[in-house]
Design a protein around this ligand. Structure first.
Ligand SMILES: *Cc1c(COP(=O)(O)O)cnc(C)c1O
Length: 379
């Protein structure tokens, strides 16, 4: 195993930007050239580091970004003017001025939001950019599809809103194709009623891309998870877009000790040693993003061996079983999420073991974890 001690920290994540770029290219070639690629980079680019990921996306020619809030948008805006940035979540009243400062595009889900945005545009003297969101059965943001046409007409009468797009979100693209088809159908109904418009029209997330066909009237896709090399379907065969893992997540062995059979391990005695054992105490816990759900069921990789996690994962430390394995020593690397092709420990597998989902596992890698980057481009 190649390992430079200079790359080691107590707990760190390695992000392979070259692999990330290959994923972006793979997605780009799966969609027709006229279809816009909206890169979803909310939550610190799914834990991968917003500026590094956004810079690489800009270098790849991605021309549209989407984030959850105005703070994330401001970080992108600092990196370049001109790139359209869509805010996916509701904007609170005190955040409205940021829309002007950073020239952002907001999402409108109801008439009240439209009224406020129109007033803001009037005050500014330039119309505010917006996309209308349609709820086709997600039950979260958006105007219910049966009321969408009325809201479109209301906004048509508002001179200080420039409606540039319309979108919907699939709730079950990874689990229920029939329901997704129904949502698509409802969305298309709204588009047909609205008539010919010069809008950016988008619905597909990563899972939606798998069933995406270019004969739809949609001219953009919103890509999140797939960019980071994780297929939204953990149990199915790989989808038609081939991607590779981008992040790996490691810590170290901080202490090794022997304990007798019968000793309970970690908080609340959820595990008791069945035999005399050698345990390793790793220098990371849920305070770093090790899922609590891995307590008593997850594994880490140490020198190519899978070592079971014993007892409850704690805030700063995790206990693993080293009994009977190859010899290890304090300071050795322990991998929670790995992308070594010979010894993979994929995000999807870890998330499943933790009864979580890959989106959460990635977002939960905390600030305390040092991000290191490989595969940088000369620019
Ligand atoms: C997060 C998000 C996406 C991206 O979803 P993935 O499944 O990660 O591709 C797309 N659209 C909206 C509205 C989102 O909130």
């Amino acid at each position: 195993m190649k390992e430079k001690t200079t790359d080691l920290h107590r707990c760190w994540a390695e992000i392979d930007l070259a692999a990330f770029e290959r994923n972006v290219r793979s997605i780009q070639s799966a969609i027709p050239p006229e279809v816009h690629y909206i890169a979803v980079v909310k939550a610190n680019a799914y834990g991968h580091g917003l500026p590094q990921i956004v810079r690489r996306l800009m270098q790849c020619g991605v021309d549209y970004f989407a984030v959850a809030n105005t703070t994330e948008a401001a970080e992108i805006r600092q990196m370049g003017i001109g790139w359209p940035i869509l805010i996916l979540s509701p904007v609170l009243p005190e955040e409205m001025d940021c829309l002007i400062e950073d020239d952002l595009i907001s999402t409108v889900s109801c008439a009240e939001e439209a009224v406020q945005l129109n007033a803001l545009g009037k005050r500014r003297g330039i119309p505010m950019k917006a996309h209308l969101k349609v709820d086709t059965g997600m039950g979260r943001l958006g105007i219910w599809y049966e009321q969408a046409l009325a809201l479109i007409h209301t906004i048509d009468g508002m001179p200080d809103i420039s409606l540039e797009g319309i979108y919907t979100h699939f709730s079950s693209a990874d689990t229920d194709a029939a329901y997704t088809a129904k949502q698509r159908e409802r969305f298309i109904q709204v588009l047909e009623k609205a008539g010919q418009r010069d809008w950016l029209v988008h619905a597909d997330n990563s899972a939606g891309l798998e069933s995406y066909t270019s004969d739809t009237s949609f001219n953009a896709v919103r890509m999140g998870l797939l960019q980071f090399g994780v297929h939204p379907y953990p149990d199915s065969a790989l989808g038609r877009v081939s991607v590779e893992p981008v992040i790996s997540f490691h810590s170290r062995i901080g202490l090794i000790k022997n304990l007798p059979a019968g000793t309970p391990i970690s908080y609340n005695k959820t595990y008791t040693l069945e035999k005399d054992s050698t345990i390793g105490i790793l220098t990371a816990g849920y305070g770093d993003g090790v899922p609590l759900g891995l307590s008593n069921c997850g594994h880490v990789l140490i020198r190519g061996q899978r070592c079971p996690i014993l007892g409850r994962v704690t805030m700063d430390q995790t206990v693993v079983d080293l009994t009977g394995g190859r010899s290890v020593q304090v300071g050795d690397r322990a991998t929670f999420i790995g992308n070594d092709p010979e010894q993979p420990l994929p995000v999807a597998e870890v998330s499943k073991a933790a009864t979580s989902i890959p989106w959460e596992t990635l977002c939960n890698i905390t600030k305390r974890v040092v991000r290191t980057y490989t595969g940088m481009r000369e620019m």
